[in-house]
Design a protein around this ligand. Structure first.
Ligand code: SF4
Ligand code: SF4
Length: 375
């Protein structure tokens, strides 16, 4: 085992290989407050990449309802139970990661899901926590809760899948950190499926090799965001590149939101893989649940998120979500607009801070009809 620096844990950790951060790392931000679980992203991904034989149970992208939705069934609660409790002190994780808790003779703590665990991708969908009491009525805030969690491969900095592969068939592209499977080397041992804590690498029973999200790299290479990002109805997603720690640029929207404003947080950082999908946590969910899921930065992230309407720079970064198919490398706030630039420093998107609004007269004299304005 080597010692590598895990920035999510605030400490060094053990990992089977030397650390090698790419100069820029593919990264995503998902705003959970905006997801409506329409599954457009799931369908866009499925029809693009996993519509073939043996891929029936494979969803590179899925959206599940928390706390009771899972795909595959129980993926996170099973691993959390195996890992046991772990405390955070002053932003530093005191417990063990999946690498540090590996059983003797193995590289990673994990489990192989049963076939049935993949049979109901919508299990627990729209199920709330708690009961609605008899006589309860809406009092401005619901006393039961749930939220939608969109999930793809995290293209982890320290991938569990890669570290467990006995064939060295999984690699991380040096140019952007996308994690890929070399299927000509894979022999279908499924060690990767067992080791991925997010269960985002899949075994195909027809091809008899493993496969996973490829980050839509053919699009990335043309300066465009992946299918799941471009098609998102709720405009919850932004894809871009994270700089190396200490080299953050304030005009890069991903660096700015993740490392400078710290408004978006990794999913289960305690697993230790340093995942690169970052989530803006939901505002209405009990804090202890969120802290288990996104680590100790939840309270500060939500406070910052709430301050967005009064912070033009922050608002400008958030307006880069869902408004262009291009990858945004830089952004800025002008008086009336947020502007995003592509990799060639060309203007790719210009979004007004205030949407133009036109109110019609209630009574249209010309046509003699009453018209309503919907705000
Ligand atoms: S398309 Fe967007 S809003 Fe719809 S389920 Fe996917 S992430 Fe959520
Ligand atoms: S999420 Fe899983 S499949 Fe993706 S890089 Fe991390 S460990 Fe590998």
């Amino acid at each position: 085992m080597s010692k590598v620096q895990n920035i999510h844990l605030g400490r060094e950790m053990e990992y089977p290989y030397e650390g090698s951060r790419p100069e820029r790392q593919i990264a995503y931000i998902f705003d959970t407050n905006k997801c409506i679980e329409c599954q457009t992203c799931t369908v866009a991904c499925k029809t693009t990449w996993t519509a073939g034989k043996g891929q029936e149970h494979i969803f590179y992208n899925n959206v599940e309802t928390k706390p009771y939705g899972f795909f595959p069934h129980g993926w996170d609660v099973k691993l959390l139970e195996m890992l046991g409790p772990g405390e955070w002190q002053d932003g530093k994780y005191q417990g063990k990661t999946i690498f540090e808790a590996a059983p003797p003779g193995e590289r990673v703590l994990g489990y192989l899901p049963e076939e049935e665990d993949y049979t109901s991708p919508n299990l627990g969908e729209d199920v709330c926590s708690g009961d609605v009491q008899r006589g309860a009525f809406f009092q401005n805030i619901h006393n039961t809760w749930m939220f939608y969690l969109a999930r793809i491969c995290n293209h982890c900095t320290y991938p569990g899948c890669l570290s467990a592969c006995p064939r060295k068939a999984i690699y991380k592209r040096p140019e952007d950190g996308i994690v890929l499977v070399d299927q000509s080397r894979c022999r279908g041992y499924r060690e990767c499926v067992k080791a991925c804590p997010y269960k985002k690498i899949f075994y195909n029973m027809v091809t008899r090799v493993s496969e996973k999200c490829i980050g839509c790299f053919p699009l990335i290479e043309q300066g465009e965001q992946p299918q799941c990002v471009k098609t998102c109805i709720g405009k919850i997603r932004l894809q871009g590149f994270l700089s190396r720690p200490g080299e953050e640029k304030a005009d890069n929207p991903i660096d700015y939101l993740v490392r400078i404003k710290k408004i978006a947080l990794p999913l289960y950082p305690q697993f230790g893989t340093e995942p690169n999908v970052y989530y803006i946590p939901p505002l209405h969910v009990p804090r202890l649940f969120l802290q288990q899921m996104f680590g100790p930065g939840v309270e500060e992230a939500l406070k910052t998120y709430r301050s967005a309407p009064a912070d033009k720079q922050l608002l400008a970064a958030l307006l880069m979500f869902g408004n262009t198919p291009k990858i945004i490398h830089k952004f800025k706030a002008e008086k009336e607009h947020a502007i995003g630039y592509d990799g060639m420093s060309q203007e790719a998107v210009k979004v007004p801070f205030t949407e133009p609004f036109f109110a019609r007269d209630l009574f249209d004299k010309k046509h003699g009809v009453v018209r309503l304005n919907i705000t």
